[in-house]
Design a protein around this ligand. Structure first.
Ligand SMILES: NC(=O)C1=CN([C@@H]2O[C@H](COP(=O)(O)OP(=O)(O)OC[C@H]3O[C@@H](n4cnc5c(N)ncnc54)[C@H](O)[C@@H]3O)[C@@H](O)[C@H]2O)C=CC1
Ligand SMILES: O=C(O)CCC(=O)C(=O)O
Length: 447
């Protein structure tokens, strides 16, 4: 297999899917050598079967707003690969959603889920519906219309959706409720559910906490203590806010956050009161990050800006969205002495940024390793649901810590460069994630 030839072919077949091609290129390039050690892979054209999703559902979602106006959105579910378990991955509601973005997310999810060691395949879904500014009733009607189309394609052993951008506990609740009504079953078909109806403790926290645990494992390889370190975080949603909670608990200082309107910075670190305010503002009141600077004069708001060039930090944790950290941002971070970048979002760094981080040999963890804690606890939620019991927060948190440690070990095993201490976490995560899926696909025949 030649990565360049695989990519040329995919570019020809899917010319309008830049995010998908970007995600695939990173993986295919990383695994080229190891793939070619197994001639049977090539004999069964494994690479193409791994890169192209098993199937894609796309559908119109028609719903009625509070004024009686009818809207039509597009809905999708990408079932990428189920070699090691049912399709599993979040649902994204955001105006930018299209097939390319969901295909990249489903592809990444396949390797991420493999890294967790839990039996989950990869999938992703969503809609170009934007929840911003919509009433609860509008959100509910949209979720019901979305599931009216999708419910036949999902199920506890088939495909198990969860949240992602624009989809949190409220949306999962509405979708689960409608699924339950249509399918006439009460099963763990969604994760991220409310605690009263099968949700797992620590699932809301898991992606942000898991990223911090992964970061701690990386820092330990260089004997670095996180206490007192300045951390630039982007985003201010589920992943970002629980990241800042754990960072504060660990004694680090958070110096930035952001939303799609701009960034807020405070070079000496936000106070706990300010972080609590941001948590409530974003998770309960769905406000804008600019409001933080209106309330606290020592916080600076930078409209339309991403944080990376504007504040010095030791560690960066991009936790908003894809391609939110480009080559120039990476250079600015490196010039300011960044020692680690641990990705909460999926594919937040552009290929140019990743090249710079790897060349500088800083600690750089790609999202599919660092943010795998969210889906890992989703896997634990599925396990609890199927056994009809629930574990304590401490139990789930302990399991999360040990899964993140294990992912770090897998990255180290496959990513440590010969003759040096440097761990290439990109290669490590891609090769480790790939090998398990590849073995399972080979064992199951050409499907
Ligand atoms: N929720 C989860 O369990 C997991 C989420 N992720 C990834 O983490 C990232 C954040 O997701 P969540 O926190 O769940 O979503 P969320 O909807 O709770 O928050 C998204 C955040 O990103 C910001 N954002 C969205 N588009 C932006 C843009 N163009 N520029 C700057 N900021 C933007 C929003 O303002 C918000 O603060 C996404 O990349 C998601 O795929 C990854 C693993 C699991
Ligand atoms: O919990 C899940 O199933 C999915 C989480 C997710 O969307 C992700 O890992 O990107």
């Amino acid at each position: 297999m030649k990565a360049s030839e695989v990519m040329a072919d995919l570019r020809r077949r899917f010319p309008n899917e830049p995010e998908y091609l970007q995600a695939v290129e990173e993986v295919v390039t990383s695994i080229e050598d190891v793939y070619n050690e197994y001639p049977s892979f090539e004999a069964e054209n494994l690479i193409e079967r791994l890169c192209i999703p098993d199937r894609i559902f796309s559908f119109r979602v028609s719903w009625v707003d509070d004024k009686g106006k009818v809207h039509n959105n597009m809905g999708y579910r990408i079932q990428h690969n189920n070699a090691i378990g049912p399709y599993k991955g979040g649902i994204r509601f955001h105006a930018s959603v299209n097939q390319s973005i969901l295909k990249f997310l489903a592809f990444e999810q396949t390797f991420k889920n493999s890294l967790t060691t839990l039996p989950m395949g990869g999938g992703k879904g969503g809609s170009d519906f934007s929840p911003r500014g919509k009433s609860d009733m509008e959100i509910m009607r949209f979720c019901q219309a979305f599931i009216a189309e999708l419910w036949r394609q999902i199920g506890p052993d088939t495909d198990v959706p969860a949240g992602d951008i624009g989809v949190g506990g409220r949306e999962v609740g509405y979708m689960f409720g409608y699924y339950k009504k249509m399918a006439r079953e009460f099963t763990g078909t969604f994760t991220g559910k409310g605690l009263d109806f099968g949700g797992s403790l620590i699932r809301p926290e898991a992606t942000g906490y898991g990223n911090c645990y992964f970061l701690l494992n990386m820092l330990a390889t260089r004997g670095i203590d996180i206490k007192g370190k300045k951390v630039a975080v982007s985003g201010s949603g589920n992943v970002a806010t629980y990241t800042t909670r754990k960072l504060t608990e660990l004694g680090a200082k958070v110096v930035s956050m952001s939303d799609s309107g701009g960034s807020i910075i405070k070079p000496e670190g936000f106070s706990e009161e300010q972080l609590d305010y941001i948590f409530e503002l974003k998770n309960y009141y769905r406000g804008r990050i600019s409001e933080v600077a209106e309330k606290y004069p020592d916080v600076q708001y930078l409209p339309g800006e991403r944080p990376w060039k504007h504040v010095k930090c030791d560690i960066a944790m991009p936790s908003a969205t894809q391609n939110e950290l480009d080559g120039d941002d990476a250079q600015a971070l490196l010039d300011n002495g960044v020692i680690a970048v641990s990705e909460g979002a999926n594919m937040p760094s552009t290929p140019e940024a990743i090249k710079k981080f790897l060349a500088a040999k800083i600690l750089y963890a790609p999202g599919k390793a660092a943010n795998a804690g969210g889906v890992a606890v989703s896997g634990l939620e599925m396990a609890q649901n199927s056994q009809k019991l629930s574990w304590s927060a401490e139990e789930v948190d302990d399991k999360l810590k040990s899964i993140m440690k294990n992912i770090h070990e897998q990255c180290e095993k496959y990513g440590k460069e010969e003759g040096s201490d440097f761990i290439n976490y990109v290669k490590g995560a891609n090769v480790a994630g790939f090998m398990k899926v590849a073995r399972a696909m080979m064992a199951q025949g050409v499907l």
